[in-house]
Design a protein around this ligand. Structure first.
Ligand SMILES: [Fe+2]
Ligand SMILES: [Fe+2]
Length: 404
């Protein structure tokens, strides 16, 4: 080797053959010279020049081999431009950080990682929600991190073996409430799962958050089922009206409206219900599982509110559409009973704790207070989306009697 030549133009392969990964060392050397620059190849592999010639032809580099098999330099390569041409027309899919999303990621970015250099020519993968103003919330990355850190294990986080025995009617009330919770949690599980699949993966923190939200609901379904079955091994009743209410939620195709009805109104009301149950729970298992679920629900509500709050600032028509959705849902449910009567009674019995007239009166008042708290919470969240106090009160009153 001429000592005047810079070292990086020599690629020493030693005994490494192309059947053992020699192309990696070669590519490493080629990357360090400009197109048109030369690289000298040394190496002892018997088939080196044959394999090298084929590889260079495929990669668009010129190659000149040395006929003397004992020469130290076996070939000289001139770097071509084909590899650069391949990435000509490639584009960066935004940047990897949350503040480096683009307003409208194109369909052909598909499942590429945000910030990746995307080679042109891939297939379009259509996602219904590919607009940052609809998909995004600045709170999503932080809420996701919080949610991932707050995952609890149903097997160990709940005192399943706690020793307690409730009066039969109180146990029945608990079973009825748990049965109702499971039904609603299943709606809350299905909806984020469906929404997740609509969002362009460019907004990955939103997908991640919805995935963890679905995982939260999966645990809620599990623990409420397990508590329902804990003593008697039997579930309570499911009313037609309750299921009708949930059916209108699950059927809502629009991402923003579904998120509004579920998270802002439904899960918001559920947060109050879980607080009520935690406070009045007659046993340690019910108390613990409603507490754990309530903490998760607070995140689901926070995401729904923040994401719609953001959207309301960029889309003045949003509030009209949300309002229309509440009215439409109310009209669709007008002939149904709304809340399962058995559930209402079970809530009263739970809060009463015993069968004296005074206790029942106290339980009844507690459930009325719960409904007032739910209404108050809904009105506050509606106000955050820009509704006037009057509109917020009106829309809250139209919310389903099923709570979710
Ligand atoms: Fe839940
Ligand atoms: Fe939830």
């Amino acid at each position: 080797v001429n000592p005047q030549e810079p070292l990086h133009t020599v690629c020493e392969l030693g005994s490494l053959g192309f059947d053992q990964g020699a192309h990696l060392l070669l590519q490493h050397a080629i990357d360090r010279v400009e197109p048109g620059g030369t690289i000298k190849i040394t190496g002892e592999d018997r088939h080196l020049t044959v394999h090298l010639t084929a590889w260079c032809r495929q990669e668009g580099h010129q190659v000149q081999t040395e006929p003397d098999p004992d020469a130290r330099v076996r070939a000289t390569i001139v770097r071509g431009t084909v590899a650069l041409d391949r990435l000509h027309g490639a584009e960066r899919a935004g940047g990897p950080k949350p503040d480096e999303t683009v307003a409208r990621p194109p369909a052909h970015w598909g499942l590429a990682a945000r910030g990746a250099l995307v080679e042109s020519g891939g297939p379009d993968v259509p996602f219904a929600v590919a607009d940052r103003s609809i998909a995004w919330s600045d709170l999503a990355p932080r809420l996701y991190a919080h949610a991932a850190a707050a995952q609890w294990d149903p097997a160990t986080a709940v005192p399943w073996d706690a020793d307690f025995d409730l009066p039969e009617e109180v146990e029945d009330a608990v079973v009825q409430v748990m049965t109702y919770l499971v039904e609603n949690e299943q709606a809350a599980l299905v909806i984020p799962g469906r929404l997740l699949a609509q969002v362009h993966p460019h907004f990955r923190e939103v997908l991640q958050l919805l995935a963890v939200q679905a995982a939260d609901e999966a645990r809620h379904v599990e623990v409420f089922t397990r508590r329902a079955l804990l003593k008697g091994g039997r579930m309570g009743s499911s009313s037609a009206g309750g299921r009708a209410s949930l059916a209108t939620l699950v059927a809502e195709p629009d991402f923003s409206i579904a998120s509004f009805l579920l998270s802002v109104l439904g899960e918001g009301s559920f947060w109050n219900l879980l607080s009520f149950l935690e406070h009045h729970a007659p046993d340690p298992v019910s108390r613990r599982i409603t507490c754990l679920a309530r903490q998760d629900e607070a995140r689901h509500v926070a995401f729904g509110v923040s994401h719609l709050e953001h959207q309301a600032t960029v889309d003045p028509s949003l509030r009209f559409r949300l309002r229309a959705a509440v009215e439409r849902r109310h009209d669709a449910l007008i002939d149904t009973a709304g809340l399962n009567r058995d559930v209402f009674d079970a809530l009263v019995i739970l809060a009463a704790g015993s069968w004296t007239p005074a206790a029942i009166a106290r339980g009844y008042r507690a459930v009325q207070k719960l409904e007032a708290d739910m209404d108050e919470g809904r009105r506050q969240r509606l106000a955050r989306l820009g509704f006037t106090d009057g509109e917020a009160a009106e829309l809250s009153a139209l919310h389903t009697r099923n709570f979710m």
